[in-house]
Design a protein around this ligand. Structure first.
Ligand code: COI
Length: 355
């Protein structure tokens, strides 16, 4: 049964599906996209009637502002399928709220709530065959907005495109993760765009991260731009540290993404009686804890990464190996989180959203 959207959406379905060409057991993150996409244009001061059509390339003028000034924001969400073939989203209201918070910071007009939810539901219903069952399988959803107005003066555009594309996904990180702690480069500064999912925040990490990759590290843990002493986030994930039996994560601010997985973990930890402190945490503190054998875990948390253990880190020339413990907080929290996401466990905070 095709879902009937509660607002006007023009729908033109693909004449054939590509699903049978896909090897769902060997998916590289973000490489394959489903049959359809959602698209909505902003012009003459309003978001126009949205449409769903077959996934295809866009035709955009080379002078579009997004190409020159990076006026673009995005979100990351996932859809999960349970054993009854029902498809679920996890806290989509948080993603809706955040894309508009990011949009505002980039001088992009806010996107209407009804279009966001009805567009997503209709798209996911059309492409529900692409959401595979089984823990670890999901459909990664990428809503994004780009400035399409053809004009290269440095000013906010008057025309935009909001799109949703979807990609079947398994784990984001396949191997072990070790990280370099930033000492020179910065991801964000006070008053900047660090809290937003702005495309440029990610582009600016690529070069320093490639230097870290050359040293054998998969990611950088960014530190505050002023002193490089306080641990912030890992760029694709928020980070948690377990010292003794206490979980610690940095408070969100101008520079740190207010991650949906992050805030869910803090809540689940509280539900489980795990002591979780949201406070500034310094490089000195974790190095000392590591030297004393008290730094028991580090893990990253994000939609794509879920909860990914970080097995070691380097700071200055010092290398610390933490390893992975049995029954870690990371694994306990991940199990609880996934039970909510895949509809196999209780959902005490009503985070699941049926598509
Ligand atoms: C997400 O977890 O959804 C993200 O946005 C990270 C992304 C850069 C893969």
């Amino acid at each position: 049964m095709i879902y009937e959207p509660k607002c006007k959406i023009d729908i033109e379905t693909a004449s054939s599906s590509r699903i049978n060409e896909v090897d769902f057991d060997h998916l590289e993150f973000g490489k394959i996209f489903t049959d359809h996409m959602f698209e909505c244009d902003y012009k003459d001061g309003i978001w126009q009637t949205p449409r769903i059509k077959k996934y295809e390339a866009l035709t955009i003028d080379p002078s579009a502002r997004v190409f020159h000034y990076g006026q673009a924001v995005f979100e990351g969400m996932k859809a999960y399928k349970d054993d009854n073939d029902d498809v679920w989203l996890f806290r989509p209201d948080e993603n809706f709220r955040r894309i508009n918070k990011s949009a505002k910071r980039l001088a992009i007009p806010e996107f209407p709530e009804e279009y966001f939810f009805e567009g997503m539901k209709t798209l996911l219903n059309l492409d529900s065959g692409w959401v595979k069952k089984g823990l670890g399988n999901s459909l990664y959803i990428r809503p994004f907005i780009i400035a399409t107005e053809p004009a290269i003066s440095a000013a906010p555009a008057t025309e935009y495109k909001f799109l949703i594309i979807c990609s079947p996904a398994k784990a984001y990180y396949s191997g072990e993760i070790r990280v370099l702690i930033a000492e020179k480069y910065s991801r964000a500064a006070d008053g900047g765009t660090g809290f937003a999912k702005a495309a440029g925040n990610y582009a600016a990490q690529f070069y320093p991260t490639s230097l870290a990759n050359n040293k054998g590290y998969q990611q950088i843990i960014w530190t505050d731009a002023n002193s490089h002493e306080y641990l912030e986030e890992a760029g694709t994930m928020n980070v948690f540290f377990r010292i003794g039996d206490t979980l610690i994560t940095a408070p969100t601010n101008d520079r740190i993404l207010d991650g949906v997985t992050r805030k869910s973990i803090i809540q689940i930890a509280e539900d489980l009686g795990i002591n979780c402190e949201v406070r500034p945490i310094s490089v000195t503190e974790i190095k000392q804890a590591a030297s004393e054998g008290q730094l028991k875990e580090i893990f990253g948390a994000g939609t794509a990464a879920v909860i990914s253990p970080i097995l070691g880190f380097q700071h200055a020339d010092e290398v610390y190996e933490i390893g992975e413990m049995e029954s870690s907080y990371g694994s306990i929290l991940k199990e609880k989180l996934m039970a909510i996401q895949y509809n196999t466990g209780d959902d005490p905070h009503n985070w699941r959203y049926k598509v």
